[in-house]
Design a protein around this ligand. Structure first.
Ligand code: FE2
Length: 377
């Protein structure tokens, strides 16, 4: 065992030592053991990573299975490490290394770090951001989509096809069997209830796709109809409330795979997924809620009874009027929302007067990439 003490860039005293071939870092408050294989895999020297793309140049099988640290030396803000048995040497920025071992990986898709709004009053009002302000500074609106699950633009030019331009300000259109763009208005022989004047209860779109489109945009071109108001519900907040109120019911919805299905003359789509999708850490990551397209399999009697009781309990939260943000889309308004989290709804309307929205799908990865690019990361 060898050990050293040095001042890190954050002026925290750092002890560095090699114990049984692995590295141990101490910052005075806690000690972190760093596996040699992880450290070797994280090397960024020119032998390990392409200097232009930063992409790794070796496969896991290229590393010796018994890789170990034999020497670790601190020089200013740099940690120099020698590995055995291949004699590889590498340097690490001490501050970056400490950040990497202290900070758990971040996932912008799960419930952590988001502002949940179980009740509309938790939102503190509805903000419409004028198109010109959004174009000049898109980051605040895009952050709202990530953190609140939605954002509402106003004064977007009310012309056909404009919704594509909105999507392309932050990402890429996800084309589906509905086309690059879909018209939400009353149609004869509609293949989807969305294209009628019926009320549509809160739902996420396209749960029968795998993966689902993770963002939806709806742009209002005309809304002179009686009715046809819009609603949004925070599905993560509803699921989190169910977890508090009835953990067993939450667990049933998170572990029972149900089918979602859509059929039309030219499309037959089916996926199998739980209503509440969790990540490996048990955090809520995806809601698929759509009474029109869900097909519950013929479960054993007791499981079916438990599933429907849990589904009803979640529905009570989702359909609670206090949970639904209601607003009217006026021509030029464009709502952007996270289709893995926020459910959308609309009230019934009459054909007379005319209501015409255009929608498109896009994805959260593109939006998150744009936000990271704007932040200079
Ligand atoms: Fe929809």
């Amino acid at each position: 065992m060898s050990s050293q003490v040095a001042a890190s860039p954050s002026d925290t005293l750092v002890g560095v030592s090699v114990v049984d071939g692995d590295l141990t870092l101490t910052d005075g408050e806690r000690t972190v053991e760093v596996a040699a294989v992880w450290l070797r895999d994280s090397c960024t020297d020119a032998e390990s990573r392409d200097p232009v793309s930063g992409q790794r140049l070796f496969d896991i099988g290229d590393l010796p299975p018994d890789v170990r640290v034999v020497e670790a030396r601190v020089s200013g803000e740099t940690l120099e490490v020698a590995f055995a048995p291949d004699g590889h040497r590498s340097r690490f920025d001490l501050g970056e290394l400490l950040d990497a071992v202290r900070t758990p990986p971040r996932d912008d898709r799960n419930e952590s770090g988001k502002r949940l709004w179980p009740r509309v009053t938790d939102l503190g009002g509805l903000t419409r951001v004028p198109w010109a302000r959004y174009v000049a500074d898109p980051a605040p609106v895009l952050r709202s989509v990530v953190e609140d699950g939605f954002a509402l633009l106003a004064e977007v030019p009310a012309r056909e096809g404009q919704v594509i331009d909105v999507a392309e300000t932050f990402g890429f259109v996800r084309e589906t069997n509905y086309g690059r763009i879909f018209d939400v208005r009353i149609e004869d022989n509609a293949t989807n209830l969305a294209f009628t004047g019926r009320a549509i209860s809160p739902h996420t779109d396209n749960p029968y796709r795998d993966p689902v489109p993770t963002i939806q945009l709806l742009h209002c071109l005309a809304n002179a109809a009686d009715g046809g108001d819009s609603g949004l519900v925070d599905g993560f907040a509803a699921a989190a409330r169910l977890r508090e109120q009835d953990p067993a019911a939450f667990s049933v919805l998170a572990t029972t795979k149900v089918a979602y299905r859509f059929d039309s003359p030219d499309a037959h789509l089916e996926s199998l997924a739980p209503l509440v999708g969790l990540d490996a850490g048990g955090r809520i990551r995806e809601i698929r809620y759509n009474n029109r397209s869900m097909r519950v399999p013929a479960l054993p009697r007791e499981e079916a009874t438990a599933f429907y009781a849990a589904y009803r309990a979640l529905a009570d939260l989702v359909l609670d009027p206090a949970a639904q943000l209601r607003f009217r889309l006026d021509p030029g308004d464009c709502v952007i929302f996270d289709n893995t989290r926020v459910l959308h709804a609309r009230s019934a309307f009459q054909a007379v007067g005319g209501r015409h929205l255009q929608g498109t799908y896009a994805d959260l990865d593109g939006l998150l990439s744009t936000l990271a690019t704007l932040a200079g990361r």
